[in-house]
Design a protein around this ligand. Structure first.
Ligand SMILES: Nc1ncnc2c1ncn2[C@@H]1O[C@H](COP(=O)(O)OP(=O)(O)OP(=O)(O)O)[C@@H](O)[C@H]1O
Ligand SMILES: Nc1ccn([C@@H]2O[C@H](COP(=O)(O)O)[C@@H](O)[C@H]2O)c(=O)n1
Length: 212
């Protein structure tokens, strides 16, 4: 089974995807980490993430060992990720890896959960289950602010919110694979739901293919 989860920044899709994968014994791929790794590699080399040729080279020589690196989790890297993600050649370079993961999940897992921006629309349009997880910008900014503060980072909530607004606009406005719910995705607005409630709904949907 392939489970596709898309949504904007800090909507809770990663939290949900990870939990669903553990619950059902499926493999999990955080596709955002691919774009973050490309953005990070470009920044490390002193390049411009918006430069198409530089970003494509970084995508084609992506080191999978980088995907779990904690240095990918900064806001600078998130912004760089959304710049490289708007480049069609970068998306093309990363597509096969994601599709192979979904079609043949590692370690013999019987299914895969992928989360990102275009999983239900482009990467796995035939996924068995599709969810679009969202929440209001204020709720998402508060969640991310709290998360960064708990990690000990000295951040300002209004700056976190503005960075998120910028990133969402870039992700939704790009010409290739923009952030959008697939037509057949179930939309979860989690603004007033805690992570436990979202998980319970999603388990029901994955199990039965519907909520009611
Ligand atoms: N339903 C929820 N209610 C409250 N907090 C939540 C909920 N879901 C997730 N969170 C918290 O919100 C923060 C963002 O969640 P998460 O990292 O899963 O979002 P995301 O959509 O994967 O973000 P990104 O795309 O930026 O990686 C985390 O601190 C997480 O613990
Ligand atoms: N399928 C995807 C996943 C991610 N992106 C881009 O990467 C950025 C970082 O993603 P996070 O999920 O780690 O926040 C994101 O802002 C997108 O620009 C993408 O384009 N497609």
């Amino acid at each position: 089974m392939i489970v596709a989860i898309d949504g904007p920044a800090a909507s809770g899709k990663g939290t949900l995807a990870r939990r669903l994968a553990r619950h059902f014994g499926f493999a999990y791929l955080d596709t955002g980490s691919l774009y973050r790794a490309v953005g990070f590699a470009v920044l490390q080399a002193g390049g411009d993430p918006a430069d198409e040729a530089t970003a494509e080279v970084a995508a084609r020589s992506l080191d999978p060992a980088l995907l779990d690196d904690g240095r990918l989790r900064t806001d600078d890297v998130a912004q760089a990720a959304s710049k490289v993600a708007a480049i069609p050649a970068v998306r093309a370079a990363l597509l096969d890896f994601q599709r192979r993961f979904a079609a043949a999940p590692p370690d013999g897992a019987k299914g895969a959960v992928l989360d990102g921006r275009d999983i239900g629309t482009v990467v796995c349009p035939d996924a068995d289950r599709k969810m679009f997880v969202t929440a209001s910008i204020d709720v998402r900014a508060k969640r991310r602010f709290k998360e960064l503060r708990e990690k000990g980072l000295d951040v300002i909530e209004s700056a976190v919110r503005q960075d998120m607004v910028n990133r969402d606009a870039r992700d939704a406005g790009r010409s290739v694979a923009p952030l959008a719910p697939a037509e057949d995705a179930l939309v979860f607005d989690t603004s007033d739901l805690d992570a436990e409630q979202v998980f319970a709904l999603a388990v029901r949907y994955v199990t039965d293919g519907r909520l009611g």
